[in-house]
Design a protein around this ligand. Structure first.
Ligand code: KG4
Ligand code: ZN
Length: 346
């Protein structure tokens, strides 16, 4: 079935995805779980930049002001009226409670007003489902690495409707994105730090400074707090460099984070005897991570797939894709749905 054709079958269901778990307000329309009719993301980066991180109260207020107009814009971009939407999928956790509440309340209101089924989506499942929006997505079982600002977790993903997840490893302290953000802040770089550090790293020598790779060779859990401390000590001793020395410092930090993620993710595939790896989440937009994972994966006989960059960072198309799978499985949420800020994926 091609875009623009009509069908009443559930397979071709049009899902409206809504995402407000952190600092992106997003809505998307996805047909048949694969065809993105429209995807709109409003990033609050500028609002939080002066604080060097997300301020929860500011995030919820901005979601409240922007979500409904953004949904309207998405519907008109997709050429779909609300009464043609078959299912509304909303991120119900994990995330900031106030931010999640805005999306969940809006989704419940729209669903109730139009008698449309509602599906609750786990944000991390959404990140993994982003790969379903790419051509020829890998079939489970595979290993899934979710690397975002709030999470760094490795899952075994098994077939089923919906898919089944088993946690293989996770960070013991900071998430990889959080490590980028905190180090960037120490270095006076703007929020979000991952993107800023990647830009400054260009041309830098990634071997200039040897930063720690937390928990190297010890199981599948990760740790980034030692790296953060080590950068703080470096800056206390030498100050924040500029020019090429700053590029060397950022490239060295980036390499330490990338090495940890690559080592653990590829080890995880070996540990469970799988040869497919999917990486997603905001940090998966990092070019160095994508390249090194692909190369080390190839050497280890592992096929590595990552969604296109715009689907790695927070968006609602991935929420609609994950919601479609659950809707097809006959799963719907009640009108009493409440967000769960600590919702784990298992
Ligand atoms: O998935 P995401 O958009 O939001 C959460 O669910 O947290 O991830 C945001 C995180 C931030 O920590 C940001 O610094 C990081 O992803 N990030 C990057 C890049 N783009 C975003 N980290 C490294 N390199 C990038 N290009
Ligand atoms: Zn995310």
């Amino acid at each position: 079935m091609r875009r623009g054709e009509c069908s009443d079958s559930r397979d071709e269901a049009v899902v409206l995805g809504i995402e407000t778990s952190c600092d992106e307000t997003a809505a998307a329309l996805v047909r048949g779980g694969v065809d993105v009719l429209a995807s709109t993301v409003h990033s609050q980066t500028e609002l939080h930049a002066e604080y060097g991180g997300v301020v929860p109260e500011i995030a919820s207020r901005d979601h409240s002001a922007r979500l409904l107009p953004l949904i309207d814009k998405t519907l008109s971009k997709g050429g779909i009226t609300l009464d043609r939407v078959d299912c509304i999928a909303v991120t119900a956790g994990p995330g900031l409670i106030g931010a999640l509440l805005v999306g969940v309340q809006a989704a419940k209101g729209l669903a109730a007003a139009t008698s449309t089924p509602l599906v609750a989506v786990n944000h991390l499942e959404g990140h993994l489902a982003a790969i379903l929006l790419e051509p020829d997505p890998p079939r489970p079982p595979f290993v899934g690495l979710v690397v975002s600002g709030g999470h760094t977790s490795i899952y075994r993903v098994d077939p089923g409707t919906p898919l089944r997840y088993a946690l293989l490893g996770r960070t013991r302290d900071d998430a990889a994105g959080e490590a980028f953000d905190k180090v960037a802040r120490l270095l006076g770089l703007p929020y979000p730090g991952g993107k800023a550090m990647e830009a400054v790293s260009i041309g830098g020598d990634s071997k200039a400074i040897e930063f720690p790779r937390g928990m190297r060779g010890r199981g599948l859990d990760l740790s980034f707090s030692g790296l953060k401390t080590s950068v703080r000590q470096y800056v206390q001793e030498y100050g924040v460099p500029s020019g090429p020395a700053m590029a060397d410092l950022c490239a060295s930090v980036q390499e330490a984070i990338v090495d940890s993620l690559v080592e653990k993710a590829i080890s995880a595939t070996g540990a469970v005897g799988l040869d497919r790896l999917v990486v997603s989440g905001g940090v998966a937009a990092n070019k160095r991570l994508r390249e090194k994972l692909a190369r080390v994966g190839r050497d280890a006989g592992v096929t590595v797939r990552a969604p296109r960059m715009s689907l790695c960072t927070d968006n609602a198309a991935m929420i609609a894709a994950a919601g479609h799978v659950r809707f097809m499985a006959g799963e719907t949420a009640s009108w009493g749905l409440e967000p769960d800020p600590g919702w784990t994926l298992e």
